[in-house]
Design a protein around this ligand. Structure first.
Ligand code: GLN
Length: 240
């Protein structure tokens, strides 16, 4: 393991309108609790390109126009692509999911090519999907995922990519009860929250991929334990 893990917060000035930068704070703190040093590398749109040498990349959500600018920026240099090819983990949230996907259609009806790291095509839906979303994750050991969604796009996942989860509550991708998309170590989701604060097991899986070895488990936060206890209680109907 490197003596210091480099976490890249990619384009928070374009794709950072929903507090997704919280994900990098969560990762740094979970490393710190294990006495592992980290450094956050913030890549703004004024930079030349994305550096190749980071151990984990995070891309948040945003508006259509910002997504188009983000794709243009991320095509410069081979930083992100070479990291993905080496199996370095990448998390894309909402607008980030669409940018990392194959293509997305913006509100003006124009189709834009994404980076194609996951096989995911997005088109506008009938209305915005807004609210709580809960899924059963397809990733080993991650279990239930929860987040807050707020998006117009509906995403079809295919080819060699698979959904991140099966929707239990909420809309998710809006196709096939799927939520998010995964290919290799590229994980995409519509969940804000920030998603890694609400889902520490997903945070740790990404860190394990970044570090290349298993991590000591940490106790789940009390709110997550309360949520699990609530779920395991028998469902009472017509409670007044
Ligand atoms: N602009 C995209 C949509 O509405 C993504 C929104 C977001 O990142 N929350 O589908």
């Amino acid at each position: 393991m490197r003596d210091r893990i480099r976490l890249a917060l990619v384009l928070p000035d374009l794709l950072g309108t929903y507090g997704d930068r919280g994900n990098v704070i969560v990762l740094a703190q979970r490393l710190k609790w294990r006495n592992i040093d980290s450094e956050t590398v913030t890549v703004l749109s004024s930079a030349d390109s994305v550096p190749e040498s980071c151990d984990l990349y995070l891309i948040g959500g945003g508006e259509d126009v910002a997504q188009v600018a983000a794709v243009r920026f991320l095509r410069r240099g081979r930083g992100l692509r070479s990291a993905v090819d080496r199996g370095v983990p990448v998390l894309g949230v909402c607008g980030g999911l669409q940018v990392l996907g194959t293509s997305f259609v913006t509100g003006d009806g124009k189709r834009h090519e994404g980076l194609g790291f996951v096989d995911a095509d997005t088109e506008p839906g009938e209305g915005r999907a807004i609210g709580e979303v809960t899924t059963q994750s397809t990733l080993m050991g991650v279990g239930m995922l929860t987040g807050f969604e707020n998006h117009l796009g509906r995403t079809a996942v295919g080819g060699d990519s698979r959904p991140l989860g099966r929707v239990v509550r909420g809309i998710g991708n809006g196709h096939d009860s799927a939520e998010g998309a995964v290919r290799g170590h590229v994980v995409c989701t519509y969940m804000h929250g920030p998603v890694l604060a609400r889902n520490p097991r997903l945070a740790d899986l990404l860190l394990e991929w970044a570090i290349g070895e298993p991590l000591e488990p940490l106790p789940d936060p009390p709110e997550l334990r309360a949520l699990r206890a609530e779920r395991s209680r028998p469902h009472v109907r017509n409670r007044k």
